[in-house]
Each structure stands twice: as structure tokens, then as C-alpha cells.
Unconditional design. Structure first.
Ligand code: UDP
Length: 240
């Protein structure tokens, strides 16, 4: 029998910013490789892992909208395409170390990746493949955090693991207040009322309505991704 871990199926959200690290290019290959290695170590244990990648290291729609007549929807489509680049990079890295990985995009790019098909994604996971969801929700005006919450609910993942460049959620801005400290746990209500800028409201309310706990943790600390996936205490737990 398989040993039992806290979660059977998880949704890992990797922001674009986290992929860049302090590399001068958009993506730091050392980071994608460390994600791949840690994900490999937990899929070997039988835990199913789906990933939603962001695109902020390449293009953020909201910051470009308005420039040279670029409307928000067009800018957001460019942002969604950016997430596909990250997804393919991550897939190639994972497959280079032998992890079977599928990319599914929220809008069709069938020469490059599978289209998002919920039941097919779940089947891949059951077979031990990692599934990377790209192109966000496929709709402008949303974020990849919202896409992560949505996919998490759709595929019945038990938790959303939000990998970031910070150790967790602080009670105050650590750049301004040296006494700010990391919170162990937090309610959804705290996140929406205290302006803690953890993620956007749409994503938070989607998690709250579907009772999806969210773990916010630092992916730059070696071992953290694997720890978060097996359910060891790391970072801040929201709503759990
Ligand atoms: N985006 C979008 N709809 C979605 C997800 C993303 O339009 O469902 C666009 C949006 O322009 C966003 C960009 O893709 O700025 C990159 O995603 P995000 O900013 O969420 O990436 P992250 O912050 O995780 O790097």
C-alpha cells in the first residue's frame, strides 16, 4: 500500500517572477531544474502534481495596457502567451530528467500543446504525469492565480501551493517594517480585509467558495517545494 501523505493531488502555482530569480534573462534554468527535481521526488511517492505557470517575468497585461494604444484585452492575450513560453520551458526541463509532462493550454495551440480538457488532464495525473496548465484561464482581465484556483477546483486538487519569492505572508510590509513577521495561518477573510496583497480578490474568493486551502511559500529555499507538496509545514497556510 502507498504511504499516505497529507495531499493526494496538488496544484502548484509558480509565478513568472519566481522563474526569473535574479537571472538577467526571463528564466533562470537553475530554478526550473530545481522545480523539476523536487517535483520528481514527490511524484515518485505517488502524489499527483498539476502546475499553473504565470507569465509576469515576460509580460504583464495590466502594466502594458494603455501603451501605444494597446487595449487591455490585447495586452492580456500577450500575457497569456507568455505563460505558454514558461510552460514549454518547464516541460522540456522536466522531461530532460525523465518526468512525463503534458502542457495543456486554455486556448488552442495544438501544434505546441494539448488543449485544456479537464478529464484528460485528470487521466494524465492518474497515470503519474505532471500536467502544466498554460494560458491562464484563457480570458483577459484574469490572473494566473485565478487560473490556479479555478483549475484546482476543477480537477479536485486538495490544495493550492503558491510558490513565491517570499517566505510566506507577513503581518506588515517587511521592506518598511523590520519587525514584520511571517504568519503561520490566516483566514480567507483576513486576506480580503487586511490588504495583505497575497493574491487578487477573484482568486481568493474562488478558493474560499470552494474551500481550497492555499499555502504561500518560498521556492528559493531548497527542499521547500517538495516539503509543501508532501504537506510539511512551510510558509503560511490560508484557510486550512
Ligand atoms: N492573463 C490573462 N488571463 C488569465 C491569466 C493571465 O489575461 O487568465 C495575462 C495577464 O495579462 C497577466 C499575464 O497573463 O498579467 C501573466 O500572468 P500573471 O500576471 O498572473 O503571472 P504571474 O504574476 O504569476 O507571473
Amino acid at each position: 500500500p502507498k504511504p499516505s501523505y497529507k495531499w493526494h493531488r496538488v496544484l502548484l502555482k509558480v509565478s513568472g517572477e519566481a522563474l526569473a530569480g535574479d537571472h538577467t534573462q526571463n528564466i533562470d534554468p537553475k530554478i526550473t531544474m530545481s522545480i523539476a527535481r523536487e517535483v520528481a521526488s514527490v511524484t515518485r511517492l505517488g502524489i499527483e502534481v498539476a502546475i499553473v505557470v504565470g507569465g509576469g517575468n515576460i509580460f504583464r497585461g495590466a502594466s502594458w495596457a494603455g501603451c501605444s494604444g494597446l487595449d487591455r484585452a490585447s495586452a492580456d492575450y500577450i500575457g497569456m502567451l507568455a505563460t505558454v513560453m514558461n510552460a514549454i520551458f518547464l516541460q522540456a526541463t522536466m522531461e530532460s530528467i525523465g518526468i512525463p509532462t503534458r502542457v495543456q493550454t486554455a486556448f488552442r495551440m495544438s501544434e505546441v500543446a494539448e488543449p485544456y480538457i479537464r478529464r484528460r488532464a485528470m487521466r494524465h495525473l492518474e497515470k503519474g504525469r505532471v500536467v502544466i496548465f498554460a494560458a491562464g484561464t484563457g480570458n483577459p482581465f484574469f490572473t494566473t492565480d485565478t487560473a490556479a484556483a479555478l483549475r484546482c477546483a476543477e480537477i479536485n486538487a486538495q490544495v493550492m501551493l503558491k510558490a513565491t519569492n517570499v517566505d510566506g505572508v507577513y503581518d506588515d510590509d517587511p521592506k518598511l517594517n523590520p519587525n514584520a513577521h511571517i504568519l503561520d495561518t490566516l483566514s480567507y477573510h483576513d486576506v480580503t480585509t487586511k490588504d495583505l496583497s497575497v493574491m487578487d480578490m477573484t482568486a481568493v474568493t474562488l478558493c474560499q467558495e470552494n474551500k481550497i486551502p492555499v499555502v504561500v511559500f518560498n521556492l528559493n529555499k531548497p527542499g521547500n517545494i517538495a516539503k509543501a507538496i508532501v504537506g510539511e509545514k512551510v510558509g503560511t497556510l490560508i484557510g486550512g
